[in-house]
Design a protein. Structure first.
Length: 200
């Protein structure tokens, strides 16, 4: 394990944060670099924005134990961005009516529960996407929060506000939605979604 961690860290050096580090110090750290503050057991990876775990007080461990701790946290920090990438691709595919992409991102047992309480399976949803009368004309996803439920499962909360047409009828939606994603197939896919209408 120690040799593996040394190899990983030699490919992606880790910077130790000075105790007196200022905002200016952090702003000079390149995207993709990892930083560690061993005295507080805090680690972060610079991505599009800062992602950190809540600092935890602990005694300073031996260097190999500290490296193992760092690798475990850094791997966990990267998972929400993988889920966010999946959700962005999912939303884009709905706007472009890309049924093949949508099907590829669904688990075989995918279920969607809309605000009326119906249970719609994978085949039913793909039928909606393929319907020539269905189209989204406008919409945004906001208030998105990704919560990891383990190494291979995540819950995404978001608000969907959009407009479209279906079978000759225009619709306007304002929903709060929960999406369950998992990585049991070796890559992140969507297993379950449920939306509730926001009261006017």
């Amino acid at each position: 394990m120690v040799d593996r961690l040394r190899t990983i860290l030699s490919r992606r050096p880790v910077l130790q944060v000075p105790h007196s580090a200022s905002d200016a110090w952090f702003s000079n750290v390149p995207t993709g670099r990892s930083v560690v503050r061993p005295s507080h057991c805090m680690v972060a990876t610079v991505r599009r924005s800062w992602s950190t775990r809540q600092p935890e007080r602990c005694s300073a461990p031996p260097i190999h134990a500290r490296m193992e701790w760092l690798w475990g946290i850094d791997e966990a920090v990267s998972m929400p961005s993988d889920v966010e990438t999946l959700m962005t691709a999912w939303q884009d595919a709905w706007f472009t009516k890309n049924a093949r992409a949508i099907a590829d991102m669904m688990n075989d047992d995918y279920i969607y529960v809309p605000p009326n309480g119906a249970v719609m399976d994978r085949a039913t949803i793909l039928g909606v996407v393929d319907d020539p009368t269905y189209a989204l004309t406008d919409g945004t996803h906001t208030e998105t929060v990704v919560s990891m439920l383990g190494e291979d499962a995540a819950m995404v909360r978001r608000r969907w506000q959009g407009k479209g047409t279906y079978r000759g009828q225009a619709f306007v939606e304002d929903h709060r939605c929960v999406t369950i994603c998992d990585r049991t197939s070796g890559r992140w896919r969507i297993r379950y979604e449920q939306c509730s209408a926001v009261a006017a």
